[in-house]
Design a protein around this ligand. Sequence first.
Ligand code: AOF
Ligand code: ZN
Length: 335
Amino acid sequence: MADDGAAMARAVMLAQRGPVWGPNPRVGCVIVAADGRVLAEGWHQGAGTPHAEADALSKADDAGVDVAGATAYVTLEPCTHTGRTGPCADALTVAGVGRVVFAVEDPNPQAAGGGEVLRSRGIDAEFVPDAAAREVNRRWLRAMELGRPYVIAKWAQTLDGRTAASDGSSFWITGEEARAHAHHVRAEVDAILVGTGTVGTDDPSLSARPPGTDEPHQPLRVVMGTSATDGAKVWRDGNSLSARTHDPAEVLSELWRRDVRTVIVEGGSVVTTAFFQAGLVDEVNAYIAPALLGSGPTVVGDLGIGTMTDVLRGTDVTSTRLGADTLVTAVFTKG
Ligand code: AOF
Ligand code: ZN
């Protein structure tokens, strides 16, 4: 008899081999025989490549392994649609698996309903919720619920909440470890957004340069606002977008159409404030240095909060020590 918990834990590990960025979720699949033997494993490597179930089934096929009557453990509900690839519910049916256990229901209305479809064909499909399987796609799942990209507001600040000195200089508030961490996060998202003001003052390259990673994924660079930024580094290749508007909701719809599921808003203060004012910040990543400036721009401007009862308070807080600095993350929109 297969151990459901152990098999799903393995499927979650496999899911993590897929890319965090991109329009698709990370999904893992383990096919286990009635006697507990693992017959095949698969995972999804990103949009356009086979889904986890199809990957596992084709590996079984290549190895000449018969999966008839076996149990497929999948971290996400098998899809029913033909998108970039074919429906996994059909592939599992044709292969003759006897049972399917999935850990998260698919929030994508085009793909959802695999559990029902499989049951209607006499396959024992069970939805067994699993927190670890949810966590693997935490931001993607939230974006699908919201129908817009998941927004991470990221900044580096001093203890007194400043992001630059009064002369505008801001290199470097935090140390090397904090900056390396931020590069890892950049390589895991679909887009990085800044305002034209930041392009004018910092001329940032907005690339992901995580130490120790060759050819990291490069997010789309998005510049929001109407001021001219000709010749800036962000325009060095085609992987950039000018969003000539001051409305965060408008930018997010445009990004959603371009398959962006996660975006980091990296400032400046005007842009970050606009996203907070619009209620469109899902998560804050604040890198806090043990430093004081006493003057200079602050992270977030006036949000129209005049009294403590209106304070914006985050949940699901984490704190991570990075050299002398501390990364505090918190969630600001909850499902
Ligand atoms: C699965 N198994 O491994 C994944 C699923 O355009 P496509 O064909 O790549 O389909 C993408 C959608 O399929 C995605 O939005 C999500 O609903 C589902 N992803 N489903 O059965 C998988 N990656
Ligand atoms: Zn599928």
